[in-house]
Design a protein around this ligand. Sequence first.
Ligand code: LLP
Length: 420
Amino acid sequence: MPGQPHVAYRDGELFVDDARLGLLAKEHGTPLFVYSKASMLAALAAYQRGFTGRKVQICYAMKANSSLGVLQVFARAGCGFDIVSGGELERVLAAGAVPAKIIFSGVGKTRTEMRRALEVGIGCFNVESEPELEVLNEVATSMGKRAPVSIRVNPNVDPKTHPYISTGLKGSKFGIAHERTLGTYQRASGLAGLQVVGIDCHIGSQITQEEPYLDAVDRMLDLVEVIEGAGIPIHHIDFGGGLGINYNGDQPPQADQLWTRLLSRLDARGFGQRQLMIEPGRSLVGNAGVCLTEVLYLKPGEQKNFCIVDAAMNDLPRPAMYQAYHQIVPVIPRSDTPTTWEVVGPVCESGDWIGHDRELGVQPGDVLAVLSAGAYCMSMASNYNSRGRAAEVLVDGAKVHVIRQRETIQDQLLRESLIK
Ligand code: LLP
């Protein structure tokens, strides 16, 4: 499929690599997330190609998909991880991550989270405010440690993406304003519990153009020159994540081509051999996954025809949250004349839609595949309407690993109690 070379029709049936999706739906039920390990590794390889001969640590932004089996693929491939909570820290450690390759982003780190991250020895805290700097210093000092820090700078660059996923603009809650950066570094370098190691930024997500990155690189390098000019060495520069994927004809730059161009900008300014870090999420997993869902009912109407499927906004929250587009295709196409459907889930909200105006020839019982569902779907899934979260399988060559069993109602009730 476009943008998803690991998802393809063979003899009239949709496959992920060598796995027949119709068969997987029968064996494991629906909704079911199916991921291709080969696709994840191919996406990682594109970044690695772009960085040949450079010093770079790729830290997978695990919020995109934090299932243990997925984390394991990246840990085994030598990746570091970008985390944003104590929960993500424990998850990624359980998946075999090397603590020194973990960086901790996020505007609201708690003392408990900081303590645990210092205890296991993470590589860097990406600090997002001056008060956070003071608290981290206190926590580290109380443990007799020095916390490695990088300041997240808000470069005030428009990533030209959905407003909810733009993070590097002035009005955003993320990072420290460009103008206050030097002062913040001076403060950090004077605190005994901190050790300045880097600088970082992250301007947004699903970025499909090159210019915002080039602008951010220039602004970051300007800052590094100023900070180092003031006598504070910056060991690494972290450019965050954000590279988009092809959902519906989007044409983001390829990771290797983008980085070849960004690196030539770094070279021109004399930073080509600096230790670099990046935090890609979506571009490593987004197009490695599909969500299989069964058609429950067809409900033709006067104004709209509804195709009601068994996946909903609790499984696939992106359409409801960002008006996001995911392609929807039949696993076994029919020869019936297609009809225009509103593809919707069973959740009791009008916002529970998966796709508007989709041309599909479908019958109840058919299985549909919602494409590009590897990123920000399962990791954002909820139990709304007391729906159990879906199962997940990872296709690995000829093997299919169940990496998450379907959540049962017992799982959901486990931590709740009736009043006495
Ligand atoms: N680093 C930081 C500090 C981030 O906040 C993010 C994403 C990333 C890296 C990874 O960005 P990526 O490479 O995945 O674009 N739920 C939204 C996306 C939210 C992104 C949040 N931050 C969606 O479904 O579109």
